[in-house]
Design a protein around this ligand. Structure first.
Ligand SMILES: Nc1ncnc2c1ncn2[C@@H]1O[C@H](COP(=O)(O)OP(=O)(O)OP(=O)(O)O)[C@@H](O)[C@H]1O
Length: 301
């Protein structure tokens, strides 16, 4: 099996809202895939379906070769870390750490202890009184210490401070090198997380607009900035995905890689040019006048 997650033409409607519209993508076994997109793009909906907590209205989802919904053997291989996990009122950390291994056959006590110490999670405070960041920390302990073959992190670092996020990144990378598994991670902290990803999927209004290896995604668009009318001249002939103007200065994201024509024109006119970052791409595709989509097969207007 090459893909841990395969989603084919998945649509999910909530009444009149189409949260997912013919979504298709794959996540190869052993990779870390970033699931990116603006608020309401459909990230949580697709994760709920992958985790078997929800069913598509139409389309097909396979996790490790089986449909997860009501499939106990597959569900036991998935850990789903979401931002609104609820715990019984009287629960403290030790209750969670005692029960979690019963649902996680690969549970690592060492990973759990390292993270509990590093995050400084309070032992005696009831979890219902935890801060936003402390709740995220507990969720991350569960997600990483479970060592599930497929781990889904939905916005795992809400409220976590910079040191705690650095701990998460380093334990994630180190532990995946020790015990390889597949991770799908959604986040709005794109710049900070970019280096974690092998692959990225960008969703916009329920549709997949980019599915690429991370490094290839940087070839999809260029960022040009400089004096406004000169930027316009250099960008001429390229589809403009996003445009920002401040006074006489302008930045645009244009579709396509940096070929010699545009690089020479930019150098000649003193326009700064750089590959668009993942954050640029998410913002560009989230600017809702642009219906074009880009897939691994290339650009589709
Ligand atoms: N149970 C529901 N009933 C009605 N609409 C829903 C439901 N769940 C999700 N939606 C809608 O589906 C769309 C996608 O929501 P989803 O939570 O998947 O987005 P998201 O990408 O996770 O957003 P965010 O980054 O803000 O968390 C939104 O328009 C949302 O309002």
């Amino acid at each position: 099996m090459t893909n841990a997650i395969e989603i084919r033409a998945v649509t999910r409607r909530f009444g009149r809202v189409k949260a997912l519209d013919e979504v298709s993508f794959t996540v190869p076994v052993g990779s870390i895939c970033g699931l990116l997109g603006r608020n309401g793009a459909g990230k949580t909906t697709v994760m709920s379906i992958i985790s078997g907590q929800d069913r598509p209205t139409s389309g097909r989802v396979e996790v490790l070769g089986a449909t997860p919904f009501e499939h106990a053997a597959t569900l036991s291989k998935i850990s789903y870390v979401r931002d609104n996990q609820r715990y019984p009122d009287d629960y403290r950390l030790h209750h969670v750490l005692r029960i979690a291994p019963e649902f996680a056959p690969n549970w690592s006590t060492d990973v759990a202890s390292e993270l509990v110490d590093g995050f400084q999670i309070p032992a005696k405070t009831p979890i219902k009184k935890f801060s936003r960041g402390q709740l995220s920390a507990v969720a991350i302990v569960l997600g990483l210490a479970s060592r599930a073959p497929v781990t889904l992190f939905d916005e795992p670092y809400l409220g976590l401070d910079v040191s705690a996020r650095a701990l998460f990144y380093s334990v994630l990378l180190r532990d995946l090198a020790t015990v390889p598994r597949t991770v799908l991670l959604s986040t709005h902290l794109i710049e900070e997380s970019e280096s974690l990803f092998d692959r990225v999927v960008i969703v916009d209004r329920g549709r997949v607009v980019v599915e690429e290896e991370r490094d290839d995604a940087r070839e999809l668009a260029l960022s040009l900035s400089g004096v406004a009318d000169v930027v316009d001249r250099v960008a001429a002939g390229r589809a403009v995905l996003q445009s920002t103007r401040v006074g006489g200065l302008k930045s645009v994201i244009v579709r396509g890689p940096g070929d010699s024509d545009i690089l020479n024109a930019a150098a000649l006119h003193g326009v700064q040019v750089a590959p668009a970052s993942l954050q640029d791409l998410v913002m560009a595709y989230g600017t809702h006048d642009e219906p074009a989509t880009t897939t691994k097969e290339g650009v589709r207007a």
